[in-house]
Write a protein that binds this ligand. Sequence first.
Ligand code: PGA
Length: 250
Amino acid sequence: MRRKLVVGNWKMHGLAADLRELDRLADAHMHTACDVVICPPATLIATAAARIEATPLMVGAQDCHPQDNGAHTGDIAAPMLADAGARLVIVGHSERRADHGEEDTLIALKMRAAHRAGLQAILCVGETERERDTGQTLDVVGRQLADGLPDDADASNTVIAYEPVWAIGSGRTPDDTQIEEVHGFMRSILQERDTAQGDAIRLLYGGSVKPDNAAAIFAIPDVDGALVGGASLRATHFSAIIAALESARR
Ligand code: PGA
């Protein structure tokens, strides 16, 4: 049985005052049976982690460097994130692939760095709109998994998030059968690597998850939770998504 997981990605949003949202979330989900993670900007990780210490919430990060330390001005290494209180890190988000030219080989090194630091790594994969329109979705996702997943990836240190690039921040989502197809495909690839681990690795859907579509998405087979951007910034919205996951029957 895979434990349900919902991750909020604040992206480049959030000042210290916005951490109030975490108090509201913690109040509403003090006894949650799901894993609930907030990934604030790096500047807020340590304060956020201290603030939610006595709650079931966890703090994550949005990216890490592939090396553990070194002369890399402005970058943040995975051991630093763990030291600040992060438990997870998002790796290979499409905005980093687009804004910073990150490719699968670098992403695999970042996954390894996260694992060395004891962090769970969320590997993001997903096709662009053109790739979907030209029938390449499964090829793209298969390649991103094959090249981005390091050999040491297992259910204890790795989560996969399927995030179609065209669904992120757009208000559009794939239909249920499209999500089911990709999640089933990812599950079969993971099972081919290792049957038991492939069964146990959690698969998230991400891209315009909102309170009003969350329940339907969580009812899709092989969807173990969500990676949420915009709707994670306000506790009321994110809380409704958490509640939908809590009551999803799987
Ligand atoms: P969105 O972002 O929920 O705002 O579409 C999702 C993501 O980028 O992880």
